[in-house]
Design a protein around this ligand. Structure first.
Ligand SMILES: [Zn+2]
Length: 254
């Protein structure tokens, strides 16, 4: 709405001008009785810019102010909605991130559990073999007269595995046992592997279940190639325990 106002003087002219127009209209009605001519004389009285030198300014009427208020409210609402949407997006992103991290942690836990399980598991010293001579069987072959371990059928050069996790405490010549390896197991027991054709580990080395530690053979006091295996309570000869029960207690059936 444009009104004519004195330069530098911003006034809210609408009410007064409308009042003037209305008064003029009423006056016109009184004198002429013709409603159609009401506004014309008053509007004609408005001076043109060229004539007065007044500068047109923009004033804000109540309806426009209301409209702006509504627009402002709408803009505020839009801003609030945008803010809420952004917050929801951030929250969703954080939730997804947390889920990824949780899944990653669960996977890591499962991997650690699987690794613990693997390290605690036991395997047979010779894969797919069988016991050819039992524990404590009698023979003049053995100095004690009784077998201190079990023999696994195995031709020379067969892979020999550590039955579980442990540390090598002996690796070398063992007299009647030929080339032998003794491992201190993580549970404090010992396992011994005899008559090897070759030794693949050294003292102090850590081994895990199934780790190849050497190859079977016929070294020492033997009549033919096989693996002599003992379970012991100490690294020394004579501390042997039943190796079949020992392996069975660790989940290995032979
Ligand atoms: Zn034997």
């Amino acid at each position: 709405m444009a009104f004519m106002c004195a330069a530098g003087k911003h006034r809210r002219a609408s009410r007064m001008k409308r009042g003037t127009v209305r008064a003029a209209g009423v006056a016109a009605l009184t004198t002429t009785g013709v409603i159609g001519t009401l506004a014309a004389p008053a509007l004609a009285a408005e001076p043109a810019v060229e004539q007065t030198g007044l500068t047109p300014v923009i004033t804000i009427g109540d309806s426009i102010a209301d409209e702006i208020g509504v627009q402002a409210a709408a803009q505020q609402q839009a801003a609030d909605e945008a803010e809420a949407k952004k917050k929801a997006e951030v929250a969703a992103h954080m939730k997804a991130l947390a889920e990824v991290q949780q899944a990653r942690a669960a996977k890591a836990r499962a991997a650690r559990a699987e690794e613990r399980r693997r390290l605690n598991a036991y395997v047979a010293p010779i894969s797919g073999s069988y016991v050819s001579t039992g524990y404590q069987s009698s023979s003049s072959l053995w100095s004690s007269g009784s077998h201190t371990g079990i023999d696994f059928h195995a031709s020379t050069g067969t892979s020999v595995h550590a039955v579980g996790s442990g540390t090598v405490v002996e690796a070398g010549w063992g007299g009647a046992y030929g080339n032998q390896i003794v491992i201190r197991m993580n549970d404090g027991t010992y396992t011994q592997y005899g008559h090897l054709s070759s030794i693949g580990v050294s003292v102090g080395q850590s081994v895990t279940p199934g780790r190849q530690i050497g190859l079977s053979g016929a070294t020492g006091n033997v009549t033919g190639p096989h693996l002599h295996f003992e379970a012991r309570t100490s690294p020394e000869y004579g501390s042997d325990i039943d190796p079949v029960s020992y392996l069975h207690a660790h989940g290995v059936n032979v």
